[in-house]
Design a protein around this ligand. Structure first.
Ligand code: BG6
Length: 476
């Protein structure tokens, strides 16, 4: 028993946090380029503060990120040295269609990813490709209001058809939207939605309308992927993490269940092919008018995902009495603090058992294969006087989470396809915009303000993960 023989061990990054080169080779501007570092970031991320262009006095970390655009060969060689079976990465939409609505794609962008995938193949690394890791062309944000407009579906469809055709034979594992449920919590970062000028009710309507368009676009991406190559396997991708009831007060249990549904709504549609009754009732009750076209029902029904992928960093807590409990942070999901769990430097609660809990829950709910596509610990790693980075805290975190994943496989019989550790090389943090929130097995010499040589250095966890992969998880 243990991990299946063909288990896909690897690591994950996203274009906007890794590549930099924001204006190179014809790339257009995207929402994710415009998330500033510093205290205004959260308001921009959440669509409350409008920032549709670079503004003086701000630092934009995604502009240059860790320059992966020019250094991917060096990085891939390091991933291969660790023995990666898979590498999760994303395509930047605006490298392919700089404005989003062009007739013809940008050949330089297409060629770039072709080279990256060929580099993966050179080392027998299977690419796992996210089609949209939060990015939306700014031109479409300004002209159409991003995903609130139905026209986005057509632009996205074209983008999908272009890349799925071009990379046929090079890529077979695809994820459509990264953390699709993020649209409700971080609408500008997650989906290019600025809602700062709307009242609460209208903002809610816009988010659900945009979510509907993304769900239809997701189904169409699945359809196109299957038509182009029957080998293609497409997954949905959810920001995962269950809400535990703060106490056994039935009201806390109910609140936690209702909070979970805000996340599962998305995967329910993507995996089961129809809107769950609880969401239709919510729309009715709260007067949320979401426009559907007649064809949507059939498109959603006929094009469900092949597998369920998710990120898991922490569990959350729900209570009917939030005033009595201490709050904590976690990405953009604020939650009640769980008194049984320790927290990371950034206040993210550490809960390895929750990995098994979410795996079991998602498999019980969907009976589709699962893929853990993000998990990891952000730490401010500081090299010692000899330049070594002894990241034992990260090793312990990962060991505990991998053991829990193994339990889900061994003891619960959950089919898990693979595991891609988040930020396998240090990249810009999506939530905080900081560089010092590091996740990697590989240290990158760059600070929060973009200073540094960008030199890559192996951390202690590098050799540890190499052994994990070589033993197929037996050394844990
Ligand atoms: C997920 C995102 O929300 O969490 C990643 O898909 C992100 O893009 C990761 O980087 C970790 O969050 P953070 O804020 O620590 O970078």
């Amino acid at each position: 028993m243990g991990f299946p023989k063909n288990f896909l061990w690897g690591g994950a990054t996203a274009a906007n946090q890794y590549e930099g080169a924001y204006n190179v080779d014809g790339r257009g501007l995207a929402n994710v380029d415009l998330l500033p570092a510093g205290e205004d970031r959260r308001a921009v991320v959440c669509g409350e503060k409008k920032m549709f262009d670079f503004q003086d006095g701000y630092f934009y970390p995604a502009m240059n990120a860790i320059d992966g655009y020019h250094r991917y060969k060096e990085d891939m060689a390091l991933f291969a040295e660790m023995g990666f079976k898979t590498y999760r990465m994303s395509i930047s939409w605006t490298r392919i269609f700089p404005n989003g609505d062009e007739e013809m794609p940008n050949e330089k962008g297409l060629k770039y990813y072709e080279d990256v995938f060929k580099e993966c193949k050179k080392y027998n690394i299977e690419p796992l490709v996210t089609i949209s890791h939060f990015d939306v062309p700014m031109y479409l944000v300004e002209k159409y209001g991003s995903w609130r407009s139905r026209e986005m579906i057509g632009f996205f469809e074209k983008y999908c058809r272009t890349i799925l055709t071009r990379y046929k034979g090079l890529v077979k594992y695809w994820l459509v939207f990264n953390e699709i449920n993020m649209i409700l919590h971080a609408p500008f970062m997650g989906a290019g939605l600025y809602i700062g000028d709307l009242d609460e009710k209208e903002a809610e309507r816009v988010k659900y309308q945009a979510a509907h368009h993304e769900l239809v676009a997701n189904a169409l991406a699945v359809k196109i992927a299957h038509e182009i190559d029957s080998e293609n396997q497409v997954g949905c991708m959810l920001a995962g993490g269950k809400h535990y009831p703060y106490s056994c007060d039935p009201n806390d249990v109910l609140v936690s269940q209702l909070r979970d549904r805000e996340d599962y709504f998305f995967s329910d549609v993507q995996a089961r092919g129809e809107y769950p009754s609880y969401m239709l009732r919510k729309f009715e009750r709260e007067g949320i008018q979401v426009d559907f076209e007649e064809e949507d029902i059939e498109i959603l029904k006929e094009n469900t995902v092949d597998f369920i992928s998710f990120s898991y960093y922490m569990s959350r807590v729900g209570t009917a009495n939030p005033e009595i409990a201490e709050q904590t942070t976690g990405n953009v999901f604020d939650s009640v603090k769980n008194p049984y769990l320790p927290s990371s430097e950034w206040g993210w609660q550490i809960d390895p058992v929750g990995m098994r809990v979410i795996l079991v829950e998602l498999y019980d709910r969907y009976q589709k294969p699962l893929f853990v596509v993000e998990n990891g610990l952000g730490v401010n790693d500081i090299p010692d006087s000899e330049g070594n980075i002894n990241d034992d805290e990260r090793i312990n975190y990962l060991t505990d989470h991998m053991k829990a994943m193994k339990d889900a496989i061994d003891l619960d019989g959950v089919p898990v396809m693979g595991y891609t550790m988040w930020g396998c090389i240090d990249i810009v943090s999506a939530g905080s915009g900081e560089m010092k929130k590091r996740y990697g097995f590989i240290y990158v010499d760059r600070d929060n303000l973009g200073n540094g040589t960008l030199k890559r250095t192996k951390k202690k966890s590098f050799d540890w993960y190499k052994k994990v992969i070589a033993s197929n998880g037996e050394i844990l």
